[in-house]
Write a protein that binds this ligand. Structure first.
Ligand SMILES: [Zn+2]
Length: 342
């Protein structure tokens, strides 16, 4: 009899172990989560990162497991190598200040906003008192869209102060069908994948670029002269490797009547300290951080296309998964507990 009891207890212990482990790890990470904008390290113009999930959506904790920070450092590396500038991000205690927010609306409700998902997220954040007028928000939205992989303001033509990546989007409309969710945030600060280029591209939109005065301006805020340009849109495959090809449209150009990104108050030539941090990677049980597979809807909200300037691959090949992600499929889920300085 004691053997039966012993076996029962043993089975119970075995079953409980993974549960205890997962709960502890999640709580460790949540300790680092920010629900309000932390005290700013400085007062000038800056971008602020927000991890946004729809109501009830699975929380992948990419704000606290270092996935977003690694992605931001990655596109900062790429951009600074080409321009000698960094985008100025809000920091707290010298580290990236990342806000977390769960929407009042579900994924299905948000999808109905079509091209205006980014605008609706911005409205909710504003109503919650979380936005500051002169900050621009980099929104990592863990929800779907059947319109685009992302959207952004493009002042003055498209008012607003946000760019959003729709991390699970499945655009499904004429000339634009894709599974954006197949892309992953980069695993290496020296490697840029789709989301790194897409967020950088859309944040530059929020600064008003490309202006209509640029000689190669096309398609509401883009250039069309070279498919290797970060701000390109057109019929060719978008493979960004340069910032303003020929320096004639938006960066270090000679057209004094047209805005220049090099003059933007949201850029600095000072290397931020967090660029030197090593965002430590730890393997962890996938069950707490994997995203759920969601069904997609074919319903479309036919709103003005200009409402959110879409990520630029839409006219390139109808498929934004332009970088190989095959090797990423076998990578462990990455969790960061604490940052380490190099
Ligand atoms: Zn664009």
């Amino acid at each position: 009899m004691w053997k039966v009891q012993y076996i029962r207890v043993l089975i119970l212990v075995i079953l409980m172990v993974p549960t205890i482990h997962i709960t502890t790890a999640a709580e460790d990470l949540i300790e680092y989560r920010n629900y309000v904008d932390q005290t700013d390290d400085f007062e000038n113009e800056q971008f602020h990162i927000v991890y946004v999930i729809p109501q009830g959506q699975n929380d992948r904790m990419i704000d606290v497991n270092n996935a977003i920070a690694r992605s931001v450092v990655s596109f900062q590396n790429w951009f600074s190598e080409r321009t000698n500038f960094y985008l100025i991000f809000d920091t707290f205690d010298d580290d990236l200040d990342v806000l977390f927010y769960e929407l009042d609306q579900t994924d299905d409700e948000m999808r109905n906003y079509g091209a205006w998902v980014v605008t609706e997220i911005e409205r909710e954040l504003t109503d919650a008192g979380l936005l500051v007028d002169d900050k621009i928000y980099a929104l990592y939205y863990d929800g779907e869209s059947d319109w685009a992989c992302g959207g952004a303001s493009w002042p003055p033509n498209v008012p607003g102060q946000s760019a959003a990546m729709y991390l699970k989007a499945t655009p499904n409309r004429p000339n634009y069908m894709a599974n954006c969710g197949e892309n992953q945030l980069t695993f290496d600060v020296n490697v840029q994948l789709y989301w790194e280029f897409a967020m950088l591209h859309d944040l530059i939109h929020t600064l008003g670029f490309i202006s209509t005065c640029s000689p190669n301006h096309a398609a509401a805020g883009h250039v069309n002269d070279d498919a290797s340009d970060l701000m390109y849109t057109g019929t060719e495959l978008w493979l960004p490797s340069k910032v303003d090809v020929n320096n004639d449209d938006y960066f270090n150009h000679n057209n004094i009547d047209c805005p220049d990104l090099a003059d933007s108050a949201y850029l600095t030539d000072l290397r931020p300290n967090y660029m030197n941090y090593q965002y430590k990677e730890l393997t962890h049980s996938a069950s707490t951080t994997q995203s759920s597979t969601k069904e997609t809807s074919s319903s479309q909200s036919e709103q003005a296309e200009l409402g959110a300037s879409t990520t630029p691959s839409q006219k390139s090949d109808n498929n934004p998964v332009i970088f190989s992600i095959t090797m990423l499929a076998t990578l462990p889920i990455i969790v960061r507990i604490k940052r380490n300085r190099l």
